[in-house]
Design a protein around this ligand. Sequence first.
Ligand SMILES: *Cc1c(COP(=O)(O)O)cnc(C)c1O
Length: 354
Amino acid sequence: MSRFLSNEAAALAPYTPGEQPQDQQYIKLNTNESPFPPSPKVIKAISRAELLKLNLYSDPTCSALHAAIADYYGLKPENVLAGNGSDEVLAFAFRAFCGGGRGVAYADITYGFYKAQAALFGLSAKMIPLREDFTLNVDDYMDFPGTIFIANPNAPTGMSVPRADIQRLLEANPNRVVVVDEAYVDFGGESCVPMIFRYDNLLVIQTMSKSRQLAGGRLGFALGHPDLIADLNRVKYSFNPYNVNRLSMAAGAAAMADTAYFDACCAAVRQTRAWTVGELENLGFTVLPSSANFIFAKSQRIPGGELYRRLKENGILVRWFDADRIRDYVRITIGSMEQMEALVDQIGQLLEAL
Ligand SMILES: *Cc1c(COP(=O)(O)O)cnc(C)c1O
């Protein structure tokens, strides 16, 4: 660190992204990307004509993209705000709704970015432990007066909270925002989007990184009451008005419109997930019930850290968190059927050699 770094910045605890090694070809099951390429319609949308317009700024109102997202969900464009990945949209929400002593609450085991963002914006943060079995008890949040962030389905567990539970939270205190991060909702779990019309304190955040084959395009979006969206826009226009670039804008609109491709990819992931869970259970693993495009699994026979390292030596990347309560587990992204066959095969060999 330089001698110029501020004390505030020195105190940050930056999020550690999953490895993106450039040195060798791994079977990459560590960052929950889609194993499928973008829809052919997305490829077509990145036209030469669009490339030739890169000298011009992108549309700061994201009108075509917002319209495509609104269309898909039966919402109005004023219910939508797109961002440079949902990480950026989450940042807008942290900035907009958690300051002034209101604070923020989230689970002890959840998406690591919440903690990093809360620190970045100097917010008071309360971590509320999940139950022993990693389910989330909404009753633990009932009295919290500040903003609540819930990843549903949760990461890295893959487990989901029923919509009725979120509804109880929304009703318990209408003067508090509940942010539901639905990064994985397209693989199972109940979306809260239908409740947007009823509750003006509900903000749903989704991403095109996991279920829409656009992790590298960096596209996420918030869905909510127009007043909440207007608040997010205040933050956006104070930070980065052209937050979605021209090519991603075109890609995102095309991805939202290609529902057939989207449905087929999600169905394939769910099918491959069921197969993988069965195979790992046959190998003696405990696998948490997953509504996501990854599974969280542990073996009595090999510690999580060792399994992670041995798989990496053999060209397969999974994610391991060296953290209390989850150290025994590895998180495995559901890839293509061929990738999962290679994984199961490799794990079988590792266990046999023990
Ligand atoms: C991956 C992920 C995100 C962020 O995705 P972006 O690529 O920034 O859109 C947000 N929340 C959760 C829970 C995630 O797992």
